[in-house]
Design a protein around this ligand. Structure first.
Ligand code: NAD
Ligand code: MG
Length: 400
């Protein structure tokens, strides 16, 4: 199997390379033929040399120059959105692992699916902002395999189950870094505290999104599209231990849940090798002595979760607006410019000013995305002063 990994220098991308190394050590026929990343060119080129890839793609022309200097002349160096799409559609690539963060991942997902590639999808934003466009390009049920742990769990639990036997899908949420903080404390929490996730180790944006639970609202939207489930039949459970990732409730009262130690290498490997489950487990795990607790998401405690879920249900361009505003607000929070609680307030402001366009095409999504970023910045400047620049955007500059 020949794979291209987009977002190869990030948390998912690096773990995917680890998974590939291990599979190769065990004699599996798997080859990395192309790698893409945003700005961490040196790290990308190191991996490109190790795996002997034929092509890489980076963010822009400057990064491309840097990459050319670090790679043998036989390696093709591409850049920009066109470069990502070129890698995702190259002849010879069979599987595209899309682990880019943010809206920047959508076009590559669409291009890969249209070219008939199998897509292992970590970039949940593809489904959040363009779910209808993604799903209309999927030609067979196993062309699009989720990497997100909750969706990987649902995917496995749903295998062989007819749709009319499913009562409800459940995904779990750890509650993030601040689940035990009071509203007053949340005003003062720092980026470093937000980045200390209690159970998972992930990239910066998704870690902050886990603290606001925006990530969980995205995952409900993701499940809605992936499994063609109405929003009323997707539930979220607070589960601090992150051992049960997802469960399918059947009409006869049976539940099928998927459990594992919280380690993304498990769903990453499954997305690459599915329907096969291949050894090894990344670490020893036992249920002995474990306590598993479940609760409801407390009303009012995670306002951003509620706002983004409403945007998902409203549909059209609303989720693209939620995602773009969130990318900007999270970047501003991580840069120390706005307090944590301003993420939820900013989202609510931007979405309240947006009239969603139904069934948008790519251009309408692009316009809504750009408007939302600008509106988020206008709101931040008005609320927190004009020092908020745009130099730390989420599109590659928060690399690593
Ligand atoms: P990360 O920030 O660690 O890595 C992001 C990667 O995307 C980097 O390689 C970066 O260079 C690349 N990138 C960013 N902008 C780019 C652009 N414009 N062009 C090309 N490459 C670009 O993020 P992550 O935590 O690895 O998450 C990646 C995706 O997987 C996200 O959509 C996230 O929601 C999803 N996801 C992550 C986890 C996790 O455990 N990290 C779990 C589930 C889902
Ligand atoms: Mg997840």
């Amino acid at each position: 199997m020949r794979i291209a990994i987009l977002g190869a220098t990030g948390s998912i991308g690096t773990q995917a390379l680890e998974v590939v190394r291990e599979l190769r050590r065990r004699g599996e026929d798997i080859e990395v033929v192309a790698l893409a990343a945003g700005r961490r060119v040196e790290r990308l080129c190191r991996a490109a040399r190790e795996f002997g890839v034929r092509a890489v793609a980076v963010l822009g022309p400057e990064e491309a120059r840097e990459a050319r200097a670090l790679l043998p002349p036989s390696v093709e160096v591409l850049h920009g959105q066109a470069g990502l799409e070129e890698l995702a559609t190259r002849p010879g690539v069979e599987v595209v692992l899309n682990a880019v963060v943010g809206a920047a991942g959508l076009r590559a997902t669409l291009a890969a699916l249209s070219a008939g590639k199998r897509v292992a999808l970590a970039n949940k934003e593809s489904l959040v902002i363009g779910g209808h466009l993604v799903m209309e390009r999927v030609r067979s049920p196993d062309q699009l395999i989720p990497v997100d742990s909750e969706h990987s769990a649902l995917w496995q639990a749903l295998r062989g189950i007819p749709g009319d036997e499913v009562e409800r899908l459940w995904i779990t949420a750890s509650g993030g870094a601040f689940r035990d903080r009071s509203p007053e404390e949340l005003e003062r929490v720092t980026p470093a505290e937000a980045l200390a996730h209690p159970t998972w180790s992930m990239g910066p944006r998704i870690t902050v999104d886990s603290a606001t639970l925006v990530n969980k609202a995205f995952e409900v939207i993701e499940a809605h599209w992936l499994f063609s489930m109405p929003y009323g039949k997707i539930g979220v459970l607070l589960h601090p231990q992150s051992i049960v990732h997802g469960a399918v409730e059947l009409v006869d009262g049976n539940w099928i849940a998927v459990l594992s130690t919280p380690d993304m290498r498990i769903p990453i490997k499954y997305a690459l090798t599915c329907p096969r489950h291949l050894p090894p487990a990344p670490r020893a795990f036992s249920l002995v002595g474990k306590r598993l607790e479940f609760g409801e998401i407390p009303k009012g405690k995670y306002p951003a979760f509620e706002t983004v879920l409403e945007a998902g249900i409203a549909g059209g361009t609303a989720p693209a607006v939620a995602n773009a505003a969130d990318e900007e607000l999270v970047a501003a929070f991580l840069a120390g410019r706005i307090p944590f609680t301003a993420i939820a307030a900013g989202l609510s402001h931007v979405l309240s000013r947006h009239e969603p366009v139904p069934s948008p095409g790519l251009e309408e999504i692009r316009v809504a995305d750009a408007w939302a970023r600008a509106e988020a910045h206008r709101w931040m400047a008005q609320r927190f002063g004009p020092t908020i620049g745009r130099e730390r955007r989420a599109d590659g500059s928060d690399d690593g």
